[in-house]
Design a protein around this ligand. Structure first.
Ligand code: KE4
Length: 425
């Protein structure tokens, strides 16, 4: 047995499924999880000493790769001053100043500890601000595991093949309405069927939890117009896309201004950080300013703020990081697309910026239903072959490929060589 197998054998007796987050269990790809001991730049190293090219990047935070000196130095310096005070700190003001100064739609922001908390809190603020109860989300989008968001969710829920989660009371789920991604008419119908009752439309402006699904022309702009007409708020969940699809995120790339935005991942550089922010008049309903309660012992944690600020500041000062990450993503996905075509393998490859996805289907993937046509068994065969060749991809057809500013051409070419061997071309 490998050390990973030994650890997994013990882990499954102590932790549900042996993991602290379901997607890590490798259940959908027919092998055991590799237990990672350390990471550096574009690599992760498992407990058996195997080195992998990392295309997960801790599910998005590692825009600068692992262990970047500027982040590490900032964390080590912050640790010298103590880990947590449960009090206001200068670093939280610096983080708030940075976020409000970087994203035009964000006039006020609240730090939390995860993307789940950010979305849960933004939805509560939207309900408190509008006095309405219902929320529209899209099938296949994943917004963390708060009850209201676990309705036809993506990511690990979709990977497990269950449309929603047990344990979510009908009373809660009934206020979560779902529409098909890219289906503006479907959202319009929900507004007609629920006049004056919808507090907000929440979505991933580029969906990255049913594999990668891009917004079609006019979809985001149409949602903005609909929300304006109906007095509902538009919430962009930019936990993945924030500071990834360019420094301004998806809203910067598409020029659509949401009322609230949620952040996570990159803004914490690998530490537990989330945030939600937006129009001042909305954020001022949040306690202790207003009647919407939300709190957190470790919110704005000084060490986490130091990590996030270091990465964000570096990204602001080094736009070439985006150019490199996006060029490497294009090299990888274009290369895979050519190999799959040469092999006669039914596949659809979607890419935006430094996010990519290979769907094993011949159907163009534009929403949850078309994503579900992908052959997850074939994905598992591909995943295992690539893993054996030292390429660590997300262990699910319904996740994405994350590139960073430290991936290099020779890394991509090594991965493409492994793909050629697997597809025998
Ligand atoms: P967290 O609570 O996991 O920090 O964030 C939830 C979340 C919210 N919004 C979006 C768009 C997200 O992608 C996520 C979390 N993403 C998954 C990966 N697809 C996290 C991986 C995991 O669940 O272990």
């Amino acid at each position: 047995m490998t050390r990973s197998e030994e650890l997994f054998e013990e882990a499954v007796r102590l932790i549900p499924g042996g993991v602290n987050s379901p997607v890590r269990a490798f259940a959908a790809v027919g092998t055991h999880p590799r237990f990672i001991r350390r990471a550096d730049r574009q690599y992760v190293y498992d407990v058996d000493g195997t080195r992998y090219l990392d295309y997960v990047g801790s599910w998005g935070p590692m825009m600068l790769g692992h262990n970047h000196p500027v982040v590490k130095e900032a964390v080590l310096a912050a640790v010298e001053d103590g880990l947590s005070f449960g009090a206001a700190t200068q670093r939280e003001v610096e983080m708030a100043r940075f976020l409000c100064g970087s994203i035009p739609s964000v006039e006020m922001v609240r730090m939390v500890n995860s993307g789940t908390e950010a979305v849960m809190s933004a939805v509560r603020a939207a309900r408190g601000f509008t006095g309405r109860d219902k929320i529209v989300k899209f099938e296949g989008c994943y917004h963390g595991h708060s009850d209201a968001m676990l309705v036809k969710a993506g990511s690990g829920v979709m990977t497990a093949g269950v449309p929603s989660s047990a344990g979510v009371p009908a009373g809660c789920a009934q206020d979560t309405l779902t529409a098909r991604y890219n289906d503006l008419a479907g959202v319009e119908r929900l507004f007609e069927e629920n006049p004056g009752q919808i507090a907000a439309v929440v979505l991933e402006p580029v969906a990255a939890n049913m594999g990668l699904v891009l917004p079609q022309e006019g979809f985001l702009q149409g949602l903005r117009a609909l929300c304006d007409r109906e007095g509902a708020l538009l919430i962009f969940d930019e936990v993945i896309t924030g500071f990834r699809l360019g420094f301004g995120g998806a809203q910067g790339r598409f020029g659509v201004r949401p009322d609230l935005t949620t952040f996570g991942k990159i803004i914490g550089a690998g530490m537990p950080v989330g945030a939600y922010g937006g129009r001042r008049e909305i954020m001022e309903v949040v306690a202790p300013c207003g009647p919407v309660y939300q709190a957190g012992t470790l919110s704005g944690n000084p060490v986490a703020m130091a990590a996030g600020l270091a990465q964000l500041t570096y990204l602001k000062d080094h736009p070439e990081v985006y150019a490199q990450a996006e060029a490497m993503c294009a090299r990888l996905t274009d290369g895979l697309e050519a190999i799959l075509r040469e092999a006669g393998e039914p596949a659809v490859v979607n890419r935006m910026g430094s996010l990519g996805c290979v769907f094993f289907t011949s159907t163009p993937v534009t929403d949850y239903d078309t994503a579900k046509t992908a052959d997850t068994k074939r994905f598992g065969e591909y995943f295992r072959a690539m893993l054996s060749a030292g390429n660590y991809f997300a262990p699910s057809q319904f996740e994405v490929i994350f590139l960073s500013g430290v991936h290099r051409e020779e890394d991509i070419d090594q991965t493409l060589e492994a793909a050629r061997r697997f597809f025998r071309v």
